[in-house]
Design a protein around this ligand. Structure first.
Ligand code: ARG
Length: 565
């Protein structure tokens, strides 16, 4: 039941004002005592040429109440609407139980392609905590759009070309005999990369060695290309372990190298439009305002990051004809994306340029507000190590709280990984994330484990009650606490839509916390397993509906839910 729409239709029938406009004006009063919905009549003052209180009084005269809208009050320039609580309860419970975990899903996005570029690490560098946010936020967006029926293309735009990987290859060529590559080859590769970078600081001739590798790669030298492929394979093998743990999904791993043979088109189209300008030996596209130019060809004659992103955009336009192209990348690349999108627009792809959006996010800080990630030796902790640590810590907690639980390891995985994901998504993405073990694994805090635990509790209520939930008597759920839960459940589908519109997964995480907390208040006030059969049935149905919405919300964020814990 879309109450705002019902109210808007009633007002439109009297005023002839467009229903959609009216619906947009309707508000939720700060205090439910004042009504469930409020219509601010000043929005019509101009059109109807009357003062808001007069409009309110006149509308009230002509509006009729029914089984949906029970009462209408005038409060100054506002009309306050009270919905029938019983109708609301019935609608929500019926709908959630009928749709289960799919409650809130729709086909709003049917036929529309959304490209999400996320994770996209630079090959041969450790996959560290800095990659967590793009991977987790991008993964949530991927599932959010899918839930609304969009056709989503998740792209891992691997940084598999350029000086970074060339340094690793150069280091390997010099030092391969000093390392073992039988087991955990990635660690040796990382060690070589770190060693090369350190040495390069004292010895600039190292840079020449890496440049030589890059030239060989560009000339398709067989041996070098083989090494390059091997390093990508070893890296991906390692990244995939993290992706498996996080449940990340990608439809394409086309990285920067994929566009090697697609760069000429970018240069040709820019030339044809007369957009390429010489600047200190480089070729650039000039940007409006104070924006620095977008470099397309460096003074060394090579293409760069931006050229590759433009080639990727042309490819994505041709192959995906996207409705939106999202780039989930840290805010430090904000200028880069502005330049790339502007260049695309200047090239004549205005519609697609307008559909591109950079989705930035804040840093990961420790509990003291310091940048996180260093081990004592200075090397970065890998994300795999952090996830495994979280799983271990969760296992310890489970062993203390519920030593007899079956498949403890599997549950610990869901809890440990879920805690990290939820912590990342629990605040507005642009804010810095605080990574504090005590907080993110706190079962009583606003955390992933708390939500999983709430779900498990609704589950055990269902098991213990052992009732058939059919024909729920809505009149048994009219107490203040139950209505609060019902309202939160009713808002869920709209929350998903807002979250998608703002590309903001935290709207969903905040909302399911609200659902869980309102259910806890209900649970503390009311006995679910009680003597009156009808009341018991209705309360168990409420618990079941809460469980569905929590599980659904967690699932969309990329978090699995155990049945017991
Ligand atoms: N590899 C880049 C980095 O780690 C991120 C790539 C983001 N995607 C893109 N299409 N530019 O900084």
């Amino acid at each position: 039941m879309n109450y705002k729409n019902e109210i808007a239709k009633k007002i439109s029938a009297i005023t002839n004002v467009n229903v959609n406009d009216l619906e947009g004006y309707i508000e939720t009063p700060p205090n439910p005592e004042m009504g469930d919905f409020a219509f601010p009549c000043f929005k019509l003052a101009k059109e109807l040429k009357k003062a808001p209180p007069a409009i309110a009084a006149e509308l009230k005269e002509q509006l009729t109440t029914d089984e949906v809208i029970e009462r209408i009050d005038v409060a100054g320039g506002y009309l306050n609407f009270f919905i029938s609580k019983e109708g609301l309860v019935k609608n929500v419970i019926d709908e959630v139980l009928a749709k289960g975990d799919r409650y809130g899903s729709s086909d709003l996005g049917a036929g529309k392609n959304i490209v999400i570029d996320y994770s996209s690490p630079n090959i041969a560098k450790p996959f560290h905590i800095g990659h967590l946010r793009t991977t987790v936020i991008g993964g949530a967006l991927y599932k959010m759009y899918k839930f609304l029926g969009y056709n989503v293309i998740g792209i891992n735009h691997l940084g598999d070309w350029g000086m970074g990987i060339s340094k690793t290859i150069a280091g390997y060529e010099m030092w391969k005999d000093e390392y073992s590559f039988d087991e955990n080859a990635i660690l040796s590769i990382l060690a070589i990369y770190v060693r090369f970078n350190k040495l390069e600081k004292e010895d600039p001739t190292m840079t020449d060695k890496a440049r030589d590798v890059l030239i060989r790669l560009e000339n398709k030298d067989e041996e070098t290309t083989k090494l390059w492929k091997w390093i990508i394979d070893v890296s991906l093998e390692n990244y995939n372990k993290v992706y498996d743990l996080l449940g990340s999904e990608f439809d394409s791993f086309n990285g920067e190298a994929f566009y090697n043979d697609k760069m000429d088109r970018v240069v040709d189209e820019l030339n044809a439009k007369g957009l390429l300008k010489d600047s200190e030996g480089a070729k650039v596209v000039e940007m409006p305002d104070d924006m620095p130019p977008c470099i397309i060809i460096t003074s060394a004659g090579t293409t760069i990051y931006a050229t590759r992103d433009l080639a990727a955009l042309l490819y994505r336009i041709d192959n995906y004809n996207f409705e939106k192209a999202l780039y989930v990348v840290g805010s430090e690349q904000s200028l880069h994306f502005k330049q790339v999108f502007k260049t695309l627009e200047l090239m004549g792809y205005e519609k697609y340029a307008a559909a591109c959006e950079h989705i930035p996010f804040g840093l990961v800080l420790d509990e003291n507000g310091e940048k996180i990630g260093s081990r004592k030796g200075g090397a970065l902790l890998t994300l795999e190590e952090i996830l495994n640590e979280s799983i271990e810590k969760s296992l310890k907690i489970i062993e203390e709280k519920n030593p007899d639980l079956e498949n403890k390891e599997e549950v610990a995985k869901m809890v440990g990984v879920g805690a990290i994901i939820f912590n990342d998504l629990s605040n507005n993405r642009i804010k810095d994330e605080i990574f504090d073990w005590n907080q993110l694994l706190n079962f009583a805090g606003e955390t992933g484990p708390y939500l999983q635990y709430t779900y498990v509790r609704t589950n055990s209520i269902l098991r213990n009650a052992n009732v058939d939930i059919d024909n729920v008597d809505a009149s048994k759920l009219l107490d203040k606490e139950a209505i609060e839960v019902i309202k939160k459940l009713a808002e869920y589908p709209d929350v998903i839509i807002s979250a998608v519109n703002k590309n903001e997964p935290s709207l969903i995480s905040r909302h399911i916390i609200d659902v869980a907390q309102s259910f806890s208040r209900f649970y503390n006030e009311h006995q679910i397993i009680c003597d009156d059969e009808e009341t018991k049935k209705a309360r168990v149905a409420l618990a079941k509906a809460v469980g569905h919405v929590i599980k659904s919300g967690l699932g969309i964020l990329g978090i699995r839910t155990p049945e017991k814990m």
